[in-house]
Write a protein that binds this ligand. Structure first.
Ligand code: SF4
Length: 317
């Protein structure tokens, strides 16, 4: 639930200037960490305070969902993403420990430009790696990387991702007219990273990306479904599990998570927390949970159907 998920980043800086990013040209970019590093305890305290401040306005609103507001006070997850590249914060492992000590599960998204940091990252609940294009020249065009060896870095990052024992996910951000073909190349890169999950999501026409891309570059959910169906033909170990139409996302998972014909792609957070704090070796199988039936499969609906259901009558695109 997003009300109980703290979204934050440990670094405002990034080694890419992705065309689809909501950040503008004034956002800091750097190859290395070159600032003083705040203490992990301080970051945890201030992040929690900021999370609590965010929904405060709802408290004075009579028609608020009281349960949702009250629950927002108990933070259950952290999404280390938002802006910048979180993995380059020098005390990232210390901070991850602190989140786990507080019973907060950890999700981190990396742009795959820091393979050594991926290798040295402590077990987290779910590690995402962005794969924005499956061939070198297109990656350069879309991500506009600072590193000249950006392609080698991506490939090395995929290698280290494949060695992780906990949950891993490769995320594709699809931009209509730019990176929605090359199925075989995507499949090759995905096989190299060997993730448990592949999340295929639409670029959203938002923030400063609107200066660089057009509305037409934002795929409909239908486009994401078609792309996913084609891609999965090249990935025999995976199957489509589910979708989220408002976010225009389709999820693929390794078939091994279909146990006795029932998908097990959800997370047992309590179990993860116990394992993370135990100091023992553990893997994804130790904190899987059965996927509720209502979240399995494709509905056959798309962005336009959803808009109609919500009473939005103007053209979606
Ligand atoms: S890697 Fe992420 S934060 Fe950096 S420019 Fe790309 S989308 Fe934005």
């Amino acid at each position: 639930m997003s009300n109980q998920c703290m979204q934050m980043t440990t670094s405002m800086s990034c080694a890419n200037r992705c065309s689809f990013c909501w950040r503008d040209e004034k956002a800091p970019v750097s190859k290395e960490w070159k600032w003083d590093a705040d203490d992990s305890k301080f970051i945890l305290k201030e992040s929690k305070a900021a999370h609590h401040k965010l929904p405060e306005g709802y408290n004075g609103y009579n028609d608020r969902n009281k349960g949702a507001y009250e629950k927002s006070k108990q933070i259950k997850h952290v999404a280390l993403s938002l802006t910048g590249e979180p993995i380059i914060y020098p005390k990232i492992n210390e901070l991850i420990d602190k989140f786990h000590e507080e019973g907060i599960s950890t999700f981190l998204v990396t742009n795959a430009q820091y393979p050594e940091q991926i290798k040295n990252l402590k077990p987290i609940t779910q590690l995402y790696l962005s794969l924005d294009a499956p061939v070198k020249n297109l990656l350069k065009k879309i991500d506009i990387p600072l590193f000249s060896d950006y392609w080698e870095r991506l490939n090395k990052s995929l290698d280290y991702l494949s060695e992780k024992k906990q949950r891993t996910c490769i995320r594709l951000t699809m931009i209509r007219g730019l990176n929605m073909d090359n199925y075989e190349d995507y499949a090759e890169m995905i096989k190299r990273g060997d993730p448990n999950f592949v999340e295929i999501k639409a670029y959203i026409f938002i923030g400063a990306s609107r200066k660089r891309l057009e509305m037409i570059n934002m795929p409909l959910h239908e486009d994401i479904v078609s792309f996913s169906k084609e891609l999965v033909k090249f990935l025999p170990e995976y199957e489509i599990v589910s979708e989220h139409i408002p976010s225009r996302v389709v999820l693929l998972a390794k078939k091994k998570f279909k146990i006795n014909n029932e998908w097990h792609t959800w997370i047992d957070f309590k179990k993860f927390n116990e394992l993370a704090l135990s100091g023992k070796n553990f893997g994804i199988e130790d904190y899987l949970k059965k996927t509720p039936k209502k979240f399995v499969g494709l509905s056959g609906k798309g962005t336009v159907d959803l808009a109609r259901e919500k009473g939005i009558t103007h053209d979606v695109q």
